[in-house]
Every structure is written in C-alpha cells, then in structure tokens.
Design a protein around this ligand. Structure first.
Ligand code: PHE
Length: 354
C-alpha cells in the first residue's frame, strides 16, 4: 500500500495540467481505479485481514483525494498568475484625446421651447413627416383648388404607375398634427408639436427642410386673449426679457379669425434685439381653430373652441443666438457646429435658465 501511495502522490505532484490530473484520478480512485479495485477485494478477505486493510485503504483514498484537490487549486492559481502577467493594464496612462461633439442650436431651442410650454401645461404631440394630402391639406380646410396648396411649394411623393390616388406629401407644416391629435384624443387639449417640415424653397432665409412648432389648445371658452397671453409668456421666457407682441389680421384657411404675430425688437447697426425698441418682427401665424377643422378632427365646434399657432424654430433660434444665415444650419460644417453648438451638459430647464 505504501508503494501505491508513493506512486500516486508522485504522479499528482508531477501533473502538468487539469487533464493530466483527471487521468490520475481515474486511474487511482475512479470506478475501475487501482484503489477502488483493491477495496472491492476486501470482501474476499478474512475478517481479521479486513480489519486492518479496510481503514488503511480508506485512509489512502482520502489522502489521494485531498492531494488531487490541493493540486487542482495550485494549478488554477498558477494559471491565473500566468494570465494576470499577460493582461496587465497601466491605468495611470493619460486618456486618448477625444473630440467633443456639440448640441445643434435647433435641438437646443427645440428643448427650450418644450420646457417653456410644458411649464404652461402643454404636452408634446408628434406626427409623421410623410403625410397624406388629407391631413396636410383637406382636413385643414385647404381644398384641392385652394391657392395655399400651390403657395406651399409642396414636395409630392411618387405613386406607382397606374395608381391615381392623390400622392402623399412631405408635410409642409406641423398643422396636420392638430388633426391627428384631435382624432386620437378629443377635447379638451393643450399640446405643442415640434417637428421637421418641407418646402421646395432655397435662399438665405429658406431651406427645403426646416422646423416648426405647432400649438393647439381646445376648451370651452378659449379666446384670442389667452392666445396672446400664452405667446407673450412664451417669448418673454424664451428671450429672458419682457417681450410685447403685435397681432396683425391675416388669413389661414384653418383659423378664423387669423393673425400674424410680430414681436417687439430694435435694429442697431444691422443686428436685431428682441424685447426693446419700436420695430416689429414677424415670427408666427395663429388664430382661432376653424370650425371645419374641429369637425375634421372629430370635435363638435358648437361645444368646443380653441386657438392654434405655428412658429419657425430655426427662425427663433437665429434671433436668440445671433445666427445670420439659415442655410448654415444644415451644412454640417464642423467649424460652425463648434461655434454655435451647445455643450451636451447645458440641458435647458426653466430653473437652470434658458
Ligand atoms: N401652418 C401655418 C404655416 O405653416 C402656421 C399656422 C399654424 C397658422 C396654426 C395658424 C395656425 O405657415
């Protein structure tokens, strides 16, 4: 038995890896291992022989098992040491330089506008940028022959050959969201709908894609007075100074009466300042929602009434941040973006200042 012990303890000590160790285990104490076979022979022994051989074999088996376990741990430790030696990392090295991106002025202003209207109880609604001609025009009281259709320089989508349904359009304004929201939620409501809109137009003050924010409030007794209050409240918060508005009678098919709204400003050597002086700058269209529009949205105009407005986000971004050319907004020029962009950490909030 001493030979057996020595044989296996030596083998265990010399095992180079876990696989070799497992082979030794099977040879010694596996089902058909040498020690196991010996234990099976106990039955053939005399009781006296068995009394000494039994405990001795058990002790041998235990000794081999603990030697196996100890070696297994030692092998695992050694393997880990080896890995740690090759996988080290110098955490004191300086980090690689990474260029920081900026938040686009349109995104920043979009968030500012949302924060201000949210504070007045307006939720944010959305609609698709590819619209049916129903939502973009007809439901807004702009029938097929209406000049507003031609004036809007609409982008039309293509239909398959032989399909003579009216083509879908890239929405020319955010007003279709009014209809979608009324249909889905009914009255009363108080929403803004910021989003991208499209018109085939390109010069210093027009780009084929630009941004609007729509406003819609419907209740039993809303009037132009509340519209004016909401807009003055908005512009004063947005420009950080008390801003007067001027309402000029106008015409939109989807509002009656309609007004174009100017904000008070001054011109000084070619640059505008909002909230002072006695000049006026047109910034949005608005009015009381036309009864036909309410009806198109599934709302009874004998019971409900409300106001709506639509404002250019890019335009008020240019005004607030002194950006002269609209086209540069969408050129993706990194120098422009770094100059006019905002830090990702300057999230607009009312309490943090806008
Ligand atoms: N949809 C109009 C435009 O794009 C703006 C507007 C919205 C006017 C809502 C009145 C009411 O010019």
């Amino acid at each position: 038995m001493d030979d057996l012990r020595q044989k296996y303890l030596d083998a265990i000590a010399g095992a180079g890896d876990e696989a070799a160790l497992e082979d030794i285990r099977l040879q010694a104490v596996g089902k058909k291992g040498e020690v196991s076979l010996k234990m099976r022979e106990l039955g053939k022994m005399t009781p006296e022989e068995r009394q000494t051989a039994g405990p001795a074999l058990n002790a041998l088996k235990d000794e081999i098992n603990s030697a196996l376990a100890a070696k297994k741990t030692a092998l695992a430790d050694a393997a880990l040491d080896e890995r740690l030696k090759s996988e080290w990392l110098d955490v004191t090295l300086p980090a690689r330089d990474r260029r920081q991106g900026t938040i686009h002025p349109v995104s920043q202003v979009w968030e500012e506008v949302t924060a201000i209207f949210a504070d007045m109880g307006f939720a944010v609604a959305e609609g698709p940028q590819i619209e049916t001609d129903w939502y973009n025009f007809d439901a807004l009281n702009i029938p097929g022959h209406h000049p507003a259709r031609a004036e809007m320089d609409t982008f039309y989508m293509a239909r398959a050959e032989g399909d003579d349904r009216p083509p879908h359009v890239l929405r020319t304004h955010t007003s279709p969201v009014q209809i979608r929201h009324m249909e889905a939620n009914g009255a009363p409501c108080r929403i803004i709908a910021p989003g991208r809109v499209y018109r085939a137009d390109y010069d210093q003050t027009h780009t084929p894609m630009f941004h609007q924010v729509e406003g819609l409030a419907i209740d039993k007794d809303l009037s132009m007075a509340q519209l004016k209050w909401v807009l003055e409240e908005f512009f004063s918060a947005y420009f950080g100074t008390s801003v007067k508005t001027r309402f000029r009678a106008s015409h939109f098919p989807f509002t009656e009466p309609s007004a174009e709204v100017d904000i008070q400003c001054s011109w000084e050597n070619g640059s505008v300042k909002v909230g002072e002086g006695d000049d006026w700058l047109e910034v949005l269209g608005s009015g009381m929602v036309h009864p036909k529009v309410l009806r198109a949205g599934g709302i009874d105009p004998d019971e409900w009434q409300g106001f709506a407005f639509g404002m250019g986000i890019d335009r008020i971004a240019m005004l607030k941040y002194g950006i002269p050319d609209l086209r540069a907004f969408f050129d993706s020029d990194l120098r422009w973006l770094r100059h006019y962009g905002f830090s990702a950490l300057s999230v607009p909030t009312l309490h943090g200042g806008l």
